[in-house]
Design a protein around this ligand. Structure first.
Ligand code: PMT
Length: 404
């Protein structure tokens, strides 16, 4: 699935309400269309005072529905037809008023009637004054809708249209798009059914003494995204994880380890079972030569810590690979492509996912990544900034291509 057609054939119903951010919906419609989606727009009466329906009609190439009793454009009852046609229902921007109505079962216009009639996942991107957003009533309405499975794209913090600084700005169009893509890909078919996949995630911790260790900044987010997406797409996943603060993924067997040696052992124990291994973990290359039995005292001004090489897990797997698929990551700060290519050959990999960890929005700790995938022939495909969930899907699609 390329980034260009990621929403091909998907029906997105977009509700626009009377927030000053309504104009941003034009960009959202245009971006959705570029990704291949069919977009049907429903506008509340208030929103038509802020942005002309003709703009959205032109961008979406579809009739824009505004009122319950508009001139009928087809034989179907509009709110029922749009509700059932939707693969995903998005309300952006969503005012406190419309959130309150939906949370309390009020359906008094085309948008609230249609959203109540839909069985599609609903994503709401609020935009309003900070006090309105923080108002207990709004928060209670949001929590109520969340508890029913409605998804929210958090508003951003900044100077609001009313001149006040605070939380309430409509989220970036990129964040709304990511939410839509994630939601749609969650409900797609189980295309990885039957695949046995080992994913590693997080850092390793190499002990110095009973209370100290060497580690790195990996949060585990990239590896957990891979495990979660693979599981959702039907694969049997074994996640071997270094220490992270992430929640376990329901349905994914997780083995927690601390050191590189423990990670290697767990992978070897399960290697025969696996069709593919993805090493997203940031494994320490070195560990202290000796681990002190007791906490090291601060008696000396300088102490020397001698480090020895850890086993290279991927290199070892490369030697016993057979017809299993091995995917490495390359976390580089310079010469990304060259270093990644060298790693493919040295470790006998099928492909490597390179991330330049010095780029903003890429690599350690963040929710997004900027990846390039390099195959065995050395061909590089570069991808734009995307969420780690989306990056996971791109990587899983490429594994599927190799398995064909
Ligand atoms: O966890 P996050 O905060 O979400 O961050 C994600 C990430 C930056 C950790 C991830 O995207 C990533 O790049 N993971 C690999 C980090 C790394 O160790 O890169 P490397 O270039 O040092 O190693 C290359 C490959 O060899 C990696 O697949 C690594 O898992 C593997 N390796 C490394 C050392 C070792 N002793 N054994 C290994 O198998």
């Amino acid at each position: 699935m390329s980034d260009m057609n990621i929403l091909n054939g998907k029906n997105v119903v977009l509700g626009i309400t009377g927030s000053i951010a309504a104009y941003k919906a034009a960009d959202l419609v245009s971006r959705l269309k570029k990704l291949g989606a069919n977009v049907n727009v429903i506008m509340t009466e208030n929103s038509t005072r802020l942005i002309n329906p003709i703009t959205l009609q032109t961008l979406s190439s579809n009739y824009v529905a505004t009122g319950m009793f508009d001139e009928v454009k087809s034989w179907e009852i509009e709110h029922i037809s749009l509700a059932s046609r939707a693969d995903v229902f998005v309300i952006a921007p969503a005012t406190a008023n419309v959130i309150g109505k939906i949370a309390n079962g009020i359906a008094d216009d085309l948008l609230t009637t249609t959203v109540m009639a839909t069985k599609a996942p609903v994503i709401i991107a609020p935009a309003m004054n900070v006090n309105m957003f923080e108002n207990k009533i709004t928060q209670e309405n949001i929590n109520k809708l969340k508890s029913f499975g409605y998804r929210f794209i958090e508003p951003a913090t900044g100077v609001l249209a009313c001149g006040v600084y605070g939380k309430g700005k409509l989220a970036d169009v990129d964040d709304i798009l990511n939410g839509i893509i994630e939601t749609l890909t969650v409900v797609q078919t189980k295309d990885l059914s039957g695949m046995h996949l080992i994913v590693t995630a997080g850092p390793t911790q190499e002990p110095i003494d009973p209370v100290r260790y060497i580690t790195n900044r990996s949060s585990g987010k990239m590896g957990y995204a891979l495990a979660e997406r693979a599981h959702m797409r039907g694969a049997d996943v074994l996640l071997i994880s270094g220490p992270t603060s992430l929640n376990a993924i329901s349905g994914v067997e997780t083995m927690n380890i601390k050191t590189c040696d423990e990670m290697l052992q767990r992978i070897i124990d399960n290697f025969e079972w696996a069709d593919a291994v993805i090493m997203a973990a940031a494994v320490a290359d070195y560990r202290p030569e000796f681990v002190a039995d007791q906490k090291i005292k601060k008696d000396d001004e300088i102490i020397n810590l001698r480090l020895v090489r850890n086993p290279d897990i991927l290199e070892k797997l490369g030697q016993i690979k057979g017809n299993k698929i091995l995917i490495g990551f390359a976390a580089e700060t310079e010469d990304l492509d060259d270093n990644a290519r060298k790693k493919i050959i040295k470790k006998n990999l099928d492909m490597i996912v390179a991330n330049d960890v010095t780029k903003e929005g890429a690599g350690f700790e963040v929710d997004t990544n900027i990846i390039s995938i390099i195959d065995r022939e050395g061909k590089i495909t570069r991808y734009p900034l995307m969420s780690k969930m989306q990056a996971a899907d791109v990587i899983l699609d490429r594994i599927q291509d190799i398995m064909k």
